[in-house]
Write a protein that binds this ligand. Structure first.
Ligand SMILES: [Zn+2]
Length: 429
């Protein structure tokens, strides 16, 4: 695949297309990774409409880069990422808002994992510099330790860039500084082991997938968890080095055993986000919920909103098998859309309407599960746990210790089940 990418990049040059792609925004490889996924999931054959992807892309970018909603930054990241893919001959701009996907295979390669997005960006930068006669200077920059020598090299790169592309701006302008700075970073990361970009300051804290599921749009990140793209702590530098070995300036010893990559948390996070976006888009959650109404109480009890309850049930039926999660009872009219964290205790409409905060249950099992008194489902294993009273019933005893379908637990639902488990143990000690 790398050979095929290189063939595709054989003519990239700043003089041929816009040179702005070398800005910092393009180097958010995690953004490239996500937007590639977004494109593939939303394209119509080999075309897609930029405007249609825009709100989802921007929402994701605001989230992972921790930008306040509505800042111009997020829009720039999105546009720059499309420019980058255009510059790399993967996309071709056709009209004001339409793009053609020229190399779907490369887009798919990028989507395999975030490291591949990084590898693509590295190669794109490498071949741009090569084709514009800058590779020697860059190589020298990475080899030299003398600071004043490094500064001279940077100045030379500025000048050559400026002659190549009018969109770069004057030498010394912020724009030209960024162009050089971020390409040096992308090379420096693997060649000199600098930090990659400001988006890849890795924290050592270990995060599990259930924590990741909390960190998505519409949910709140608890204070004890790191924010946003700090989750991309599993970035595998060995894999990247293994793939890029022939293109490194500084040779490093790579252990072939370490060059295999496993699915990372970043991938799971991106998939989860796409699922949630999908869920919102399809069901028009924004139209039917009303936070103001949600905050109305009657005798200290939250007033139910029938449209929220019906959307919740619809979502639950749509995203799950249409049977009781415990016993597979199927008569749809009797199936109950039960909240795990009850409607009246939800903090906001997101929790109230989120199908992950629910289980489809037959009337008996709904009664058993309701209020976390008689039964709960373990949030990590999916094991059914009964209290002593329920265990005394010959109708229920056989359920104890059985497991529900693990797919029901290995998702955002885990977060709500954990709450349910706590309530259960509080009432049964
Ligand atoms: Zn049942």
């Amino acid at each position: 695949m790398i050979k095929s990418i290189i063939n595709n990049l054989s003519n990239v040059s700043l003089s041929k297309k816009r040179g702005r792609f070398l800005s910092d925004k393009s180097y958010g490889y995690d953004t490239v990774f996500f937007i590639a996924k977004l494109i593939l999931r939303n394209c119509d054959g080999n075309k897609f409409n930029k405007q249609k992807l825009r709100p989802k892309a921007i929402s994701f970018i605001e989230d992972i880069f921790n930008l306040s909603p509505g800042t111009a930054g997020a829009v720039n990241y999105f546009v720059e990422t499309l420019n980058l893919l255009d510059f790399g001959n993967i996309l071709e701009k056709e009209g004001r808002n339409t793009y053609k996907i020229v190399r779907k295979d490369i887009l798919e390669y990028i989507c395999e994992n975030p490291e591949n997005a990084y590898i693509f960006i590295y190669l794109l930068t490498f071949y741009t510099y090569k084709n514009d006669g800058l590779l020697g200077l860059l190589n020298k920059y990475c080899q030299t330790k003398d600071i004043s020598e490094k500064e001279k090299i940077i100045y030379n790169i500025f000048n050559i860039f400026q002659k190549k592309s009018i969109s770069i701006g004057a030498t010394g302008s912020n724009w030209s500084k960024q162009l050089v700075k971020y390409s040096l970073i992308i090379f420096g990361y693997v060649n000199n082991q600098y930090y990659l970009t400001r988006t890849l300051k890795i924290k050592p804290q270990k995060i599990t997938i259930e924590d990741v599921s909390l960190n998505v749009k519409g949910t709140r990140t608890p204070d004890h968890l790191p924010k946003k793209n700090d989750y991309i702590q599993s970035f595998s530098i060995d894999y990247v080095l293994g793939q890029l070995e022939p293109y490194l300036f500084v040779k490093s010893k790579i252990d072939p055993a370490k060059t295999v990559i496993t699915k990372s948390l970043a991938s799971d996070l991106a998939d989860l986000k796409l699922d949630i976006f999908n869920f919102n888009a399809v069901d028009g959650v924004g139209d039917i919920y009303d936070q103001k109404q949600f905050n109305e109480f009657e005798n200290n009890i939250r007033r139910r909103n029938p449209s929220i309850q019906s959307a919740f049930r619809k979502n639950l039926l749509k995203h799950n098998n249409k049977f009781c999660s415990i016993c597979k009872f199927t008569f749809e009219k009797f199936l109950i859309a039960g909240h795990i964290k009850p409607y009246t205790m939800c903090d906001n409409t997101y929790d109230a309407i989120n199908h992950f905060n629910g289980l489809l249950l037959c009337p008996n099992h709904d009664k058993l599960f309701e209020g976390a008194k008689y039964m709960t489902i373990d949030s990590s294993s999916g094991k059914i746990i009964l209290n002593d009273t329920a265990k005394c019933s010959k109708d229920f005893i056989t359920l104890d210790g059985q497991h529900i379908d693990k797919r029901m637990v290995h998702c955002e639902r885990k977060h709500y089940l954990r709450w349910h488990n706590e309530q259960f143990y509080k009432q049964n000690t």
